[in-house]
Design a protein around this ligand. Structure first.
Ligand code: PEP
Length: 249
């Protein structure tokens, strides 16, 4: 279960939220679900200090990275820097970055490779907009994004990637895909991974659904065969709602 905090919270608020989440996870003895938070860059050090200092059972990662290792790229943050901060994950190709920062498939592919270089597991976001969905082209669209993002990777590398199917029309809109919609695309993603990288890799690669997931909708999504977890935005900065989502069954 991965919580994308987006551009919310200062470091004091991040501190408080992590403590609340940790206390609640502990209270509920939720140890069989991997819980990951994805704060803004400026909050990573705070989260690291809490997680390391208190041995919290929470993973963390960043929301983006540069495709470059270092150098004259003002404003960018490299995978090397994130790894040094103890990040295990990094979001790549979120639709908000594709939309507002014009990230294309080639850049997403180079970011996936940069993440893997520094032992960060990329959470690769793919998903169709409303027009594509209404035209009935969502499956080929998402598979083309997947192929482009994983171009040049070995099967062993692909197993480290977490694929998040996030229909753009469902992100931050309150419109969740139906469990059947989520399964249709997540199943197609798994089938494509099987064709391209073999059945074992397809089985081992984790596939998440994301798009307005709430405590009330998570169980039916998680009941789908090819949905292994959720990428959650808005609801992940409310400690109570987030922990309810994490204990979905
Ligand atoms: C997201 O930011 O990846 C996301 C799924 O957001 P929300 O849950 O708010 O739709």
């Amino acid at each position: 279960m991965a919580g994308n905090w987006k551009m919310n919270l200062n470091h004091l608020e991040a501190n408080l939220l992590v403590q609340k989440i940790a206390a609640s996870l502990n209270e509920q003895q939720l140890t069989d679900v991997e819980v990951v938070v994805l704060p803004s860059f400026t909050n990573l050090r705070t989260v690291q200090t809490l997680v390391d200092g208190d041995k919290l059972l929470i993973g963390y990662g960043a929301q983006d990275l540069s495709p470059h290792a270092k150098g004259a790229y003002t404003g960018e943050i490299s995978g090397l820097m994130l790894a040094k901060l103890g990040c295990q994950y990094v979001v790549v190709g979120h639709s908000e970055r594709r939309q507002y920062h014009h990230e294309d498939d080639a850049l997403v592919n180079s970011k996936v490779k940069a993440a893997l270089t520094y032992e960060l597991a990329p959470i690769l976001c793919i998903g169709e907009g409303l027009e594509v969905r209404e035209a009935g082209e969502h499956v080929p669209h998402v598979i083309a994004q997947l192929d482009a993002a994983l171009d040049g990777l070995t099967a062993a590398q692909v197993e480290r990637v977490v694929v998040a199917y996030e229909p753009v029309w469902a992100i931050g809109t309150g419109k969740t895909a139906t469990p059947e919609d989520a399964q249709e695309v997540c199943g197609a993603i798994r089938a494509r991974l099987g064709e391209a990288f073999g059945a074992t890799t397809a089985e081992r690669t984790r596939i998440l659904y994301g798009g307005s997931v709430k405590a009330t909708s998570v169980a039916s999504l998680m009941a789908q065969q090819d949905v292994d977890g959720a990428l959650v935005g808005g609801a992940s900065i409310d400690a109570e709602e987030w922990v309810q989502i994490c204990r979905f069954p």
